[in-house]
Design a protein around this ligand. Structure first.
Ligand code: ATP
Ligand code: MG
Length: 591
């Protein structure tokens, strides 16, 4: 007897599930896409434990009759494709006929569905791919799918899942993306009993973009509308004054399908290269409208990749769509008054309605070089100078006598606006001004904790967090308050920054806080604490390229000589290089 056997359906589905369903996010994605294909106008998503223990998606779409409901659990059974040619004219999100059987193979799965023309609905319960029950029941039109204990029968997969919060964040990002691509559909996302995100479905894209990115960011975004041959590019992108430390808020779509694409990412990166500060990224979403026969989505079962027949034209279309926005310059205009719905229900606490921003920040319509700052806001890498008086009082107090060391210094000289040169203890020293200052600030934060002097802002600043940022903020808020931040929640994602550590006065605090929370993904509490200190020190330190006054240079060097661990920055880079007198003498054959 031969060794080759045909696998049973259960095993086939479990294997296929490995590719289609990698984490709770993939389940949510597949089920939302099914609801969209079913012409739903309302989709409600509820998850618990980041989707690991519970996911429920209900829609008011066309539903299924009994026969279709049963067929939907069969692999390669689909209503969306009848021949291979259809693949080139895809208008639906799904087409492979494998999402439902794959999900049902690795979870405890319940489907309730009813067509408008049927009198009753049907409920099918499947566990690990095996049918447990099937019943008729009275339900409303549409479909509800409930998934419990995802991967309960594949412990190896379960181990790879991240913290609940991380898994939830992936789901949230997909719901954000779907709501942007489908402003005519109302999405509601619940994390347990808490409603986390909702859109009205009234086809108002601006309203959705504002919900997803926050109104504060939306105000600083510009609309993209571009056509190159048969390719259309639409979307929004933020101004260079409104950036992020990561690319987390960049969403790409092809024919309304949310995808991950190297080519689109590269076109965007290159388009902003000389316009945005280096290492900073715009908030952005772009939808490419293209003839379906020019793009292949069937690259991977997860349908998150796209292969374009003509990559070069796609690249050019995206590149120019973005470039065009910035090349024409900006004439600041008063944004349209925000629709009522921006002022969210039950938020009577909120005094800062969009209208009141306008009052607070009057917009100058004149366009002159001087108004560039206003248009682009404060440069992110604001070259705030070294301010000895603000920063290092504490070293004076603590290390009083040690400071004598610094008093015998020769004058300090700055070269390339980056390095400081001075003579000390028979050696020529060259130090990197940025990382030396970073070490000083880091040690100040670390040693002093509570005592790092907190200073009240003359004008408190309001920062707006989207849902993802808000979740991350709650993870770091204790650390921030320990080191001198006083930030008050104001409801609906708005927070008021009242005081900050003294040396951060005059810095771009809002951007800094957003960066800190985006960067801090560390689970370990100690490491997280440390990373926040490093991040603040790095952002607040003088930069390479900042020209310093004599007093600033001398003070920086004196402080650096007195600080602990002064040979490397907190990231481990060397701060100083020395040349002994004997070595220099040798250069000139003195010995
Ligand atoms: N929410 C829903 N409302 C109505 N019909 C649905 C719904 N979800 C699934 N179906 C039906 O079940 C079928 C199988 O769904 P499934 O997601 O497994 O495959 P698909 O969507 O056709 O393709 P893909 O595997 O690419 O998602 C669909 O073709 C559709 O006819
Ligand atoms: Mg599907």
């Amino acid at each position: 007897m031969g060794k080759i056997r045909i696998l049973d359906t259960e095993t086939i589905n479990k294997i296929a599930a490995g590719e289609v369903v990698s984490r709770p996010f993939s389940v949510v994605k597949e089920l939302i896409e099914n609801s969209l294909d079913a012409n739903a106008t309302k989709i409600r998503i509820t998850v618990q434990n980041g989707g690991k223990s519970f996911i429920e998606i209900s829609d008011d779409g066309i539903g299924m009759d009994e026969e279709d409901a049963q067929l939907s659990f069969i692999r390669h059974a689909t209503s969306k494709l009848s021949s291979v040619e259809d693949l080139f004219f895809l208008e639906s999100m799904g087409f492979r006929g494998e999402a439902i059987p794959s999900i049902a193979a690795v979870s405890k799965f319940t489907m309730r569905t009813k067509k408008a023309s049927s009198k009753t609905g049907i409920e099918i319960v499947i566990e690990g791919g095996k049918q447990i029950s099937q019943n008729q029941l009275a339900i409303s039109d549409g479909t509800l799918i409930q998934i419990k204990d995802l991967f309960y029968n594949i412990p190896a997969r379960l181990k790879y899942l991240k913290q609940d919060q991380t898994e939830f964040m992936h789901i949230l990002k997909f719901v954000y993306a779907s709501s942007i691509a489908w402003p005519n559909v109302s999405f509601q996302l619940y994390n347990g009993l808490k409603k986390v995100f909702a859109t009205s479905g009234n086809n108002n894209l601006e309203e959705v973009v504002s919900e997803v990115f926050t109104y504060d960011i939306f105000k600083q975004m510009r609309k993209i509308e571009y056509q190159l041959d048969e390719i259309g590019v639409t979307g929004y992108i933020s101004l260079p004054s409104c950036t992020k430390v990561d690319r987390d808020k960049q969403l790409f779509f092809v024919n309304k399908r949310y995808i991950q694409s190297d080519i689109l990412g590269k076109a965007l990166r290159n388009a902003i290269a000389t316009i945005f500060p280096s290492q900073r990224h715009p908030y952005c979403f772009l939808n490419i409208s293209i003839d379906p026969s020019e793009v292949d989505i069937n690259v991977h079962p997860a349908k998150m990749e796209a292969k374009f027949a003509d990559e070069k034209t796609i690249y050019r279309a995206v590149y120019h769509s973005v470039r065009n926005i910035f090349e024409k310059g900006f004439i600041p205009t008063q944004p349209e008054p925000a629709p009522e719905s921006f002022i969210r229900e039950g938020d009577d606490k909120i005094v800062l309605s969009p209208q009141s921003y306008y009052k607070k920040e009057p917009i100058d319509r004149s366009f002159s070089p001087a108004s560039m700052d206003m248009i682009f806001g404060e440069p992110v890498s604001n070259a705030d100078h070294y301010n000895p008086l603000e920063t290092f009082d504490y070293i004076e107090k603590k290390q009083g006598n040690d400071r004598q060391v610094a008093s015998g210094l020769m004058p300090v000289m700055q070269i390339l606006n980056t390095y400081l040169l001075f003579w000390h203890q028979d050696q020529l020293w060259v130090i990197d001004q940025h990382i030396a200052h970073e070490r000083i600030l880091y040690e100040a934060l670390k040693e002093k904790k509570q005592e790092v002097i907190s200073q009240e802002l003359l004008l408190p600043e309001t920062v707006f967090f989207d849902k993802t940022e808000e979740i991350l903020y709650h993870e770091v808020k204790i650390v921030l308050s320990e080191i001198g931040f006083n930030i008050e929640a104001f409801g609906s994602g708005s927070y008021i920054i009242r005081s900050v550590p003294q040396f951060l006065i005059n810095k771009n605090i809002k951007t800094m806080i957003k960066d800190i929370i985006s960067e801090t993904t560390e689970k370990d509490a100690g490491k997280k604490y440390n990373n926040i200190l490093i991040s603040i020190a790095c952002k607040a330190a003088v930069k390479a390229g900042d020209s310093l006054t004599n007093m600033e240079m001398n003070k920086l060097v004196a402080d650096w000589l007195c600080v602990k661990n002064n040979m490397s920055c907190p990231h481990g880079r060397p701060i100083a290089k020395t040349f002994m007198k004997t070595e220099i003498d040798k250069w000139f054959s003195r010995r």
